[in-house]
Write a protein that binds this ligand. Structure first.
Ligand SMILES: O=P(O)(O)OC[C@@H](O)[C@@H](O)c1c[nH]c2ccccc12
Length: 412
């Protein structure tokens, strides 16, 4: 809330919609009496930020400044005065108004935060404000995202990026998530398994009462999982970063996917600092520029991005982005919770499937897989990996759960 508080202290600033980044930066620069270097800095930031959702959070400045610095080698690195800092906050607030427009133009229905925006003064818990008129999320994914946006800005206040970067130096080395999936496929001739450590979900409730994340992870590894997925969202999935860290520190060798709702690049650094080897990026939430930017950051810190799509439009958007090597097709619609495994097949047919093969993208079939027939069906459709939670986490012995899922022991 610090960002919003300082925003209200700037006199004489209005937030009018303007059409181009240049006009916007000039407008801000004039209003705030900034020099030419700040003017061009703002222009750069706005151009980058206009299509980049994480930018509208008042707390995201460090990452953006760092990105600009590395891209332009410019003034971003010089010390910023208080008024320049305020200007950046104003700028970020302003570009936030355009963020949903950019997303909508790419077919993204999820709005990053409530349309009326947060009140100028912090008046109480976020949950309470969400229930105000006009601020009701349209579906569960949107509700998760609005909550996540607030959660992340609070986490960032507690652990700013510069501090997080120090943690990265101490993090255990990243392991090859994609390589582990490919090796498993070659070894078994079956899709490599990403086994999910999942306690609960909004659609299914609690899946397992006696939930010991490390025990489950070890049982999965013993059963032949190639990689593990660890849910870190606390509010909706009863997961945690503590679980991720514990599993990593227990010596589990399978590479770990941080299963999160990423809305800000800060979360990528955070996941790596906690020992993740891969991280989920959801195309239904993130506009193209965010995906491009985040894929780059993932690679920079050594994380493998798993980009998740649910429909043809999202798949086509992701196929047009360079550098994506791993795409998950979610059979569950995160807006309605409907599960249909024929979705995987649908998205891999025809020319689209051809393009995927040409680009050598490895496809993961995600959600709703329960039987050897289900596995055979998605393998036939073209997946080389599967992401499975419910059907194996519910078994009293998850090792046996894996054998049951594949119809054979895949650990040998
Ligand atoms: O439990 P299932 O139906 O086997 O699904 C696992 C996994 O695919 C699912 O948890 C998932 C896929 N994408 C997500 C994004 C966020 C949270 C959860 C998910």
């Amino acid at each position: 809330m610090e960002g919003l508080a300082s925003l209200t202290t700037i006199p004489n600033v209005s937030f009018q919609p303007v059409s181009s980044s240049t006009r916007r930066s000039k407008f801000l620069s004039r209003r705030l009496n900034l020099g030419p270097s700040m003017d061009s800095f703002l222009r750069n930031s706005i151009t980058l930020a206009s299509s980049s959702s994480s930018s509208s959070s008042p707390m995201s400045t460090p990452i953006r400044a760092q990105q600009i610095e590395s891209e332009t080698g410019s003034a971003a690195a010089s010390p910023v005065t208080e008024s320049e800092e305020n200007a950046l906050k104003v700028k970020e607030w302003e570009v936030g108004m355009f963020q949903d427009e950019v997303a909508a133009s790419q077919g993204i229905r999820i709005r990053r935060r409530p349309p009326t925006g947060p009140p100028l003064h912090y008046v109480g818990p976020f949950q309470f404000r969400l229930q105000n008129e006009g601020n009701t999320p349209r579906n569960i994914l949107e509700e998760i995202i609005w909550y996540k946006d607030k959660e992340v800005s609070q986490m960032k206040e507690r652990r700013p990026l510069f501090a997080l970067k120090k943690d990265l130096e101490r993090a255990p080395p990243a392991r090859d998530f994609l390589g582990a999936l490919k090796a498993a496929y070659l070894r078994t001739n079956l899709p490599g398994l990403i086994a999910e450590v999942k306690k609960a979900s909004p659609s299914r409730g609690v899946l397992r009462e006696d939930f010991d994340p490390v025990e489950i992870a070890q049982a999965y590894e013993k059963g032949g999982a190639a990689c593990l997925s660890v849910l870190t969202d606390e509010k909706f999935f009863q997961g945690s970063f503590e679980n991720l860290e514990k599993i990593r520190n227990a010596g589990v060798k399978c590479p770990l996917l941080c299963k999160e709702f990423v809305v800000d690049a800060w979360q990528i650094y955070y996941a790596r600092s906690k020992g993740a080897d891969a991280i989920l990026l959801i195309a239904a939430v993130l506009p193209d520029l965010d995906i491009k930017y985040m894929v780059k950051i993932c690679k920079m810190v050594g994380l493998t991005p798993l980009v998740e799509v649910h429909d043809e439009k999202e798949m086509d958007r992701m196929l047009a982005i360079e550098g994506i090597e791993l795409i998950g097709i979610n059979n569950r619609n995160l807006e309605t919770f409907e599960v249909d495994i024929s979705n995987t097949k649908k998205l891999l047919e025809g020319e689209r499937g051809q393009k995927i093969r040409e680009k050598n993208v490895l496809i993961v079939g995600e959600s709703g897989l329960f039987t050897p027939d289900d596995i055979a069906y998605v393998q036939e459709a073209g997946v080389k990996a599967v992401l499975v939670g419910e059907s194996i986490v519910k078994q009293s012995d998850p090792t046996k759960g894996i054998t049951g899922l594949f119809g054979k022991d895949i650990s040998v």
